[in-house]
Design a protein around this ligand. Structure first.
Ligand code: FE2
Length: 401
């Protein structure tokens, strides 16, 4: 009965999500897309931009030609780069204050998911003037359109440049909070391959596996439509084709751009059809032990797919066909596909387990995952807290190859 009610509620929300297919950001893409953005900014006639990025990008001088182009065109801006890898509530508060203090009208977020998510959260809080940041994040309340947000991803993984969500860490409660609203979708996504060539191979792998998890979870969830499936399958195919080459040759801009597009497509897929229990579990583990999100997903993904069992056989067979995995029976194809995921992890030196998980934390993590996943994510099966505990125990001890 509970299962039926959860599914009924998900079905009610499903049509709303389909609207997101038509609310995608405008894409500017190519080797020097960031410089092309300047022409767009010139036409906006806004008085002051906030640029949020990472200390590494400033130190390496990667953005200097962009700053020069802004200066040449008299476009005013302030730079904020004092941000932690996993943005916390205090980072959102700092960015909000700085944006208001500098009299900014728009925000350009140049960085990975952390930078883009922090930007979304700060802009949402700026719009909710009379409510403090903590309350906005805890309640997930976003009720007004955001100031102009331009997302420039420097990793190919989170898809935050297209999604309607943002994840922020609460270090006191050791939890991650997910904001979700159509207003959080950036107005522009700038896909510039040259910004990714300095990304270390380890991060290429982690973020690529995050994008792969997005595409797979969106595809195997219930209520997906033809268009969502196209985006998800297209992303899965590209990631299988280009992630290992990009891991081995990070300077290749063609591989980088293919992965940026794959990550974007996976982002569209989850905007319409959400992630699933891999993410529901990963958010709790990430918040508790400060491990990299994509790496956690990569470890959890094969374990959760095995636990979903027969409910996803047909869909995993379709994915196996798309990526060229053969087998005499459906069961064999599914086994080989999951084995391939484990093999990718081995190539990227991603561990098979998360031994950091403490026994005494498992119940808390399971409660958090259940709360996040049910009924928000239209997963192919529904688990209770006890089932989550069982799966988290498996993740702690790891999968066999
Ligand atoms: Fe993710």
């Amino acid at each position: 009965m509970i299962h039926f009610l959860l599914r009924f509620r998900q079905a009610l929300f499903s049509p709303i999500q389909k609207i997101q297919l038509y609310m995608q950001p405008k894409i500017i893409k190519g080797e020097h897309a960031l410089l092309d953005l300047v022409d767009v900014l010139k036409e906006k006639h806004l008085t002051h931009y906030m640029i949020l990025t990472t200390p590494g990008f400033i130190k390496r001088g990667t953005l200097q030609s962009f700053f020069d182009a802004l200066n040449q065109n008299d476009i005013q801006y302030s730079i904020f780069h004092d941000l932690k890898p996993d943005p916390e509530i205090c980072d959102v508060e700092k960015l909000k204050e700085m944006f208001i203090k500098e009299g900014c009208q728009a925000l350009i977020a140049i960085g990975g998911g952390s930078v883009i998510d922090c930007s979304k959260a700060a802009l949402a809080c700026i719009q909710m003037k009379n409510i403090d940041v903590k309350t906005v994040l805890h309640t997930g309340r976003v009720s007004k359109p955001l100031p102009l947000l331009i997302a420039v991803p420097t990793t190919a993984g989170t898809g935050s440049e297209v999604t309607a969500g943002a994840v922020i860490t609460d270090p006191i409660k050791k939890r991650k909070y997910a904001l979700s609203h159509l207003f959080l979708i950036p107005k522009y996504a700038v896909l510039d391959a040259s910004l990714l060539t300095s990304l270390p191979s380890k991060m290429t792998a982690y973020t690529g596996m995050d994008a792969l998890t997005h595409a797979i979870e969106a595809y195997i969830n219930c209520f997906n439509n033809r268009k969502t499936n196209e985006y998800a399958l297209c992303a899965i195919k590209s990631i299988f084709q280009y992630l290992v080459p990009s891991f081995e040759d990070g300077l290749n801009k063609h591989y980088r751009l293919e992965l940026l597009e794959a990550s974007y497509n996976a982002g569209v897929a989850i905007s319409n059809n959400y992630v699933g229990y891999v993410h529901a579990i990963a958010h709790g583990i990430g918040g508790m032990y400060h491990l990299q999100h994509g790496m956690i997903n990569a470890i959890i993904l094969p374990i959760v797919l095995e636990e979903y069992g027969d409910a996803i056989t047909k869909k995993l067979v379709n994915i196996a066909d798309i990526v060229g995995i053969n087998g005499c029976t459906d069961k064999e194809k599914v086994e080989r596909f999951i084995k391939k995921l484990k093999e990718l992890n081995r190539i990227f030196s991603i561990p098979t387990s998360i031994p950091e998980i403490k026994d005494e934390d498992i119940h808390y993590l399971a409660i958090g995952a259940e709360k996040e996943g049910n009924p928000s994510y239209p997963t192919p099966v529904t688990w209770d807290v006890e089932q989550f505990e069982k799966v988290i125990r498996k993740i702690k001890h790891g999968y066999t190859i």
